[in-house]
Design a protein around this ligand. Structure first.
Ligand code: FES
Length: 159
């Protein structure tokens, strides 16, 4: 999983190599890098661009399009709060504000101890049961502030 150590070019190339010249190879390589390293940094982006004969901007465009890819290490726990309209109409903004205050981070950030990353997501398929949250890959409906605190492991913390 992720650490803050830069990855060597041979290590990056070893992860990418099985997917070069394959249909859909870029997506497979991105998934492999995300799974093995925990994030796809600038060095990995450059190696992907070289390997797939793309520009770095093209690779960055793919990375930024998919929520599962990240360019920075995520925390041990990843909590995503739906920011789409249906959830907004039932309190997602208030829940998000509570979450950011409780954790002391903004959306897209990780707590200093590396325990929780808070991310926005745009629809989890629970539109009639918002606010919806995904915590470590598990989707939760009608998440209250108290339920969020439990998911984030911050119940009882002052805020
Ligand atoms: S709008 Fe939030 S789950 Fe669909």
């Amino acid at each position: 999983m992720a650490d803050d150590v830069a990855h060597t070019i041979p290590a990056l190339d070893a992860i990418i190599a099985p997917y070069v010249d394959k249909t859909g190879g870029l997506m497979c390589a991105l998934n492999a890098l995300q799974a093995e390293l925990g994030y796809i940094d600038a060095a990995a982006t450059a190696r992907l661009a070289d390997a797939f004969n793309l520009t770095k901007a093209e690779v960055k465009g793919v990375i930024s399009f998919y929520e599962d890819f990240t360019t920075r290490p995520r925390g041990k726990h990843v909590i995503r709060i739906c920011q789409a309209e249906a959830c907004q109409s039932v309190g997602a903004r208030t829940l998000t504000q509570h979450a950011t205050e409780k954790l002391g981070i903004g959306l897209g950030e990780t707590t200093k101890d590396g325990r929780v990353t808070l991310e926005p997501v745009y629809c989890l398929g629970l539109c009639a049961n918002g606010p919806a949250v995904m915590a470590d890959g598990k989707v939760k409906a009608q998440v209250t502030e108290a339920a969020f605190d439990k998911l984030a492991g911050v119940e009882g913390d002052g805020a």
